[in-house]
Design a protein. Structure first.
Length: 255
């Protein structure tokens, strides 16, 4: 009787200690603990900054169009391509970029997209002519398309708990809201000095995002052939629709 009581007490003590150890380590509720579970804010900060610069470049350029036209001697059709070239490539490649993020991993896809985006922004700022600026804007749009789905995947990987993930996505979306509201004002202030600054501002922002990204862990790859095929088909449909809607490049900027 006594030995049975002693074994029962030992079992209770072991269960209590095991439960305490598990609760001390499990910081993400019923989900398994991963190395980045203790500091998922790095992934959120990198994703938020990426969403900010992607949205910013869609709205900040509008206020600089008169200065761009004066310096590069372009017509209204060429200026339209400066604006639409970015959004066209972004919309056409967005679905296939999601497949790329699944195949290569969110961290690698986001880092590659941000690197290309920074280089394209520098090329926009250094553009000697309107055709060069339009080409750099096309490259910016392609890089932005690679960053958007991978930024969401970074958040999903860093926050496995649905409640915490919903809060993180809400904060992530605030980056786009802040960019869309502050973009015209920031663009006007930078254009007072030079219109090229509206593109150069992406360089330090992108470098900061890459530094934050280096503190995150590698996201898993979840590639399926069927998913990739669907993404390619949808992208082809989007590109054909865009080609039917968007007018051809004007002769003033045609190669």
């Amino acid at each position: 009787m006594c030995s049975s009581d002693l074994r029962g007490a030992a079992g209770c003590i072991g269960a209590v200690s095991t439960s305490a150890s598990t609760s001390a380590l499990d910081v993400s509720g019923p989900f398994p603990v991963r190395p980045d579970a203790l500091a998922p804010g790095w992934s959120l900060a990198a994703a938020l900054l990426g969403f900010f610069v992607v949205t910013l470049d869609a709205v900040i350029v509008n206020v600089a169009l008169p200065d761009i036209r004066r310096d590069l001697a372009g017509g209204m059709s060429g200026l339209q391509w400066v604006v639409d070239g970015y959004t066209l490539m972004f919309a056409a490649l967005l679905l296939s970029a999601g497949s790329l993020s699944d195949r290569a991993g969110a961290r690698r896809a986001f880092g590659t997209g941000m690197t290309v985006f920074v280089l394209a922004s520098a090329a926009c700022g250094l553009a000697p002519s309107l055709p060069a600026l339009v080409a750099a804007r096309f490259m910016q749009g392609a890089a932005a398309a690679a960053m958007m789905p991978s930024s969401m995947a970074l958040i999903s990987h860093a926050y496995p708990d649905p409640v915490r993930r919903a809060r993180a996505v809400a904060l992530w979306s605030m980056g786009g809201v802040a960019a869309s509201t502050s973009g015209p004002l920031l663009g006007g202030l930078l254009t007072l000095a030079s219109w090229r600054l509206i593109f150069f501002v992406n360089v330090p922002a992108g470098a900061a995002a890459l530094i934050l990204l280096s503190r995150t862990v590698r996201a898993p790859r979840t590639c399926t052939t069927a998913k990739a095929a669907r993404a390619i088909t949808a992208t082809a449909n989007a590109a054909s629709t865009a080609a039917a809607v968007v007018p051809p490049a004007p002769a003033s900027i045609a190669p």
